[in-house]
Design a protein around this ligand. Structure first.
Ligand SMILES: Nc1ncnc2c1ncn2[C@@H]1O[C@H](COP(=O)(O)OP(=O)(O)OP(=O)(O)O)[C@@H](O)[C@H]1O
Ligand SMILES: [Mg+2]
Length: 270
């Protein structure tokens, strides 16, 4: 269970660029919860992920994961049990290293008992091969290829595998299919759904696609100006459509929704 208790973060305090990106955010995420997050540009969605992953420490408030206070645990240590994917497929993998080496690093980082300098054993290699085959992209036959040769979709699928090979306590997906072409985006999203469901992974996913926000997972959060302004699940969520979501946003923020990518995807039905 993840508990976020009144965390705030102001960037560049005391300067003309001062920006309160998180404003007393509170959130409880139970094991197995899959919550989607929507919000205007600059609402604080990625900053919230940064706070959970430990990219910075909050100015106030605290974070607890499975009863352990992680507020000041370093990002590197948190990465052993918190998986994170970004919009940019270039983040998250080392391009000059092979698929096999990337998988080995991720595997060794997340499985506490193995030393980082261990060699890749035949057993590890067989395990990686088996995991890659599950992606259905033929990557199991390219394990010696540098990751830099892969397409964006293949890299995102690989990053997803790396983040989940050892089941994380929480998985953070920050518009991880937004930079992919539509067909590849569908493929990576299907993989995501399958892995998250099969392994009961607790997951937070930012999306600019309002339909997706209501269809995927079991709960939808809406952020505005550094706050969670709306949190819906269960029966109420099942009865909602995209227009309801936009209306709720206007009602709680006093403004119309302002996210170029959301408006575009709502119009085109992407
Ligand atoms: N490292 C940083 N330094 C300074 N300001 C930052 C930093 N990170 C984020 N911000 C600011 O904090 C606010 C929230 O940004 P954030 O990236 O969390 O928004 P977002 O909800 O993810 O938006 P988008 O939908 O555009 O991705 C923005 O005003 C942004 O400019
Ligand atoms: Mg963002």
């Amino acid at each position: 269970m993840l508990t976020i208790d009144h965390i705030s973060k102001t960037f560049h305090p005391g300067t003309v660029n001062e920006k309160r990106a998180l404003d007393h955010v509170c959130l409880t995420l139970h094991d197995g919860d899959f919550a989607t997050i929507v919000g205007s540009n600059g609402a604080g969605k990625s900053t919230l992920f940064g706070a959970i992953a430990g990219s910075f420490y909050p100015d106030e408030g605290f974070l607890e994961l499975d009863g352990q206070d992680i507020t000041f645990v370093r990002e590197h240590n948190r990465s052993k049990y918190i998986g994170r994917l970004f919009q940019d497929p270039l983040m998250g993998t080392a391009p000059h290293m092979t698929i096999e080496e990337n998988l080995a690093i991720a595997y060794l980082r997340a499985s506490a008992h193995t030393s980082f300098i261990s060699r890749i054993s035949a057993r590890d290699r067989a395990f990686f091969r088996e995991q890659l085959a599950l992606l259905g992209m033929g990557l199991e036959d390219r394990m010696k290829n540098p990751v830099g040769l892969l397409s964006g979709g293949q890299r995102q699928a690989l990053t997803l595998l790396m983040a989940t090979m050892v089941t994380p306590k929480i998985l953070l997906l920050d518009e991880h299919t937004a930079a992919l072409d539509p067909a590849t985006a569908v493929k990576v999203l299907d993989l995501t759904k399958r892995i998250v469901a099969e392994r009961h992974i607790t997951c937070l996913m930012v999306t600019h696609n309002m339909n997706q926000a209501l269809e995927l997972g079991s709960r939808t959060l809406m952020m505005d100006a550094g706050r969670i302004v709306f949190d819906v699940s269960g029966e109420e969520r099942r009865g909602m459509c995209v227009d309801d979501l936009l209306e709720r946003f206007a009602a709680s923020s006093g403004a119309a929704f302002n996210n170029d990518r959301i408006l575009l995807s709502t119009e085109t039905g992407e």
